[in-house]
Ligand binder design. Structure first.
Ligand code: PEP
Length: 253
């Protein structure tokens, strides 16, 4: 039985001074959903405020990226050791916006993911195709490549800290959602690809989130699918009531 995980990805939308109020509102609105793992991934600069506000609640805090080196001359980057030291316990790696705007490749996703897992962070590795790739019939090829390269040398033992997020790029922030059947088809492909990497038994234990315009109104039907074990939420994570609506759907799935 895989525990559902609902994680918000705040992106560059919440200031440090606004952080505590949003985390506390999420904690308050979701107190009754102990069967769901609830996470807010915030900009790194918000993490201290988020960790303080989440103390003693069911909400975990994460960041939106990490570097793979322990320290050094990498201006603007944050290490996994810094994230752990800040009290955050989760990290998103390989989000499509990092791939699209900041030169992230499957190889750097792999370096970041392995460093994050080694540091003990629960690591949400994002994969997903663009509309162009889907329409060109390259869906399977793209997902298999992102999985095989992005998770190279990730072991079965590492999978205890691994979460995979399927985020079709065409559904992120666009209001277009993959249908539950479209999403399930890719989630099954992801699990089958993972099984080839780490074994079928371990692959069964790894949670696969769906991300892409998930909201309270469509969460239940997505989360009812066999291989959809949670959500990675952008826009709807910025309003506690909407985020809580998705968490409620996960709690009842
Ligand atoms: C995301 O950025 O991970 C995401 C899924 O965004 P949205 O929910 O806004 O589509």
């Amino acid at each position: 039985m895989r525990k559902k995980i609902i994680a918000g990805n705040w992106k560059m939308n919440v200031k440090p001074s606004e952080t505590a109020a949003l985390v506390k509102a999420v904690a308050e609105a979701t107190k009754q959903y102990g069967n769901v793992e609830i996470v807010c991934c915030t900009p790194a600069i918000d993490v201290p405020a988020a960790v303080a506000a989440a103390a003693g609640t069911q909400v975990g805090i994460g960041t939106e990226n990490c570097h793979w080196k322990d320290s050094g001359a990498y201006t603007g980057e944050i290490s996994t050791g810094m994230i752990v030291d800040s009290g955050a316990k989760y990290v998103i790696v390989g989000h499509s916006e990092r791939r699209q705007y900041f030169g992230e490749t499957d190889e750097t996703v792999n370096l970041r993911a392995r460093a994050a897992i080694a540091a003990g962070l629960t690591t949400m590795v994002c994969v997903g195709e663009t509309l162009e790739e889907r329409e060109a019939g390259k869906l399977v090829e793209v997902i298999e490549r992102q999985m095989n390269v992005g998770l190279k040398d990730v072991t079965a033992a590492d999978c205890a800290k691994l979460v995979i997020a399927y985020e079709p790029v065409w559904a992120i922030g666009t209001g277009k959602t993959a249908t539950p059947d479209q999403a399930q088809e890719v989630h099954a492909l992801i699990r089958a690809t993972l099984a080839k990497l780490v074994g079928a038994e371990t692959a069964e234990t790894v949670r696969i989130q769906y991300g892409g315009s998930m909201k309270p109104g469509n969460a239940a039907e997505l989360l009812a699918k066999k291989d959809i074990d949670g959500g990675l939420i952008g826009g709807a994570a910025l309003k506690a009531a909407d985020f809580a609506g998705i968490i409620a759907a996960a709690a009842n799935a």
